[in-house]
Design a protein around this ligand. Sequence first.
Ligand code: ATR
Length: 274
Amino acid sequence: MEQDLYAVIGHPISHSKSPRIHSLFAEQTGQPVEYTAIQAPLDGFADTVNTFFERGGKGLNVTVPFKEQAWTLVEERTPAAEVAGAVNTLYLDGQQRLCGDNTDGPGLVRDLTVNHGIDLYQARILILGAGGAVRGILAPLITQQPLRIVIANRTPGKAENLAHLIAGVIPVRGCGFGEVTEPFDLIVNGTSASLHGDLPPLAPSVLGPKTVSYDMMYGPELTPFNQWASDHGASRVIDGLGMLVEQAAEAFALWRGIRPDTAPVIAALRDRVG
Ligand code: ATR
């Protein structure tokens, strides 16, 4: 059977787990999907995307550092992509126009609510960081109607700007790490601090006996942030592997019209990571 071609595009790209995830989805659903990884030159993102689709490619996932460029490049954006300011999934519509979606936020929400059974309705949520990763998750979190969201960041002004941009339906406040002391139901670490071997300097009082700590990073061991949260009394710590698989499943569903079962894929990756 002829395979439809998909790929993840980034720089660097060799570490990407997307080809394995999508191959497992294709195998499970019996869809004729071939999924590869493309490293685009840092100054050649648009050309690489255009060439891929001109040659008959059906869809792309976009990763670091091209998600913002993808947002600029597309002709149409889904509402989720529009607010996120970043695009992680590309496809052509019926008129062959390049369209962009962002499945990161829906992936996080689904991992929290479906895979981990966490009810976000009326929850007090603390989000750490104010970069691209955080911008992508805010609108989907708000759709769950939490009580309030506080965004804390090393550079407080960036958190304040993001809070202004998104506030409306529910209260959203932006501030520095030192300004939060009260306990939250959910803390999401969306900073890249652990890549630099750092921890956001947070007061342990943000952790109560029912606090769930979610680190968007993942690895074979507890992430440094989740280790800190666990040491200071968090009730549960969760890493971002489920979010990675769920954002991929959202993209696969958008492209193929069929949503794969993510549990066995998360388990297979956990074996590999762990
Ligand atoms: P991404 O697209 O992955 O979010 P980014 O836009 O560079 O990447 O944002 C990285 C986030 O991690 C920012 O919120 C950054 O804080 P600043 O806005 O102050 O730069 C945060 N961050 C990076 N290194 C950090 C560290 N060592 N400690 C705390 N926060 C850090």
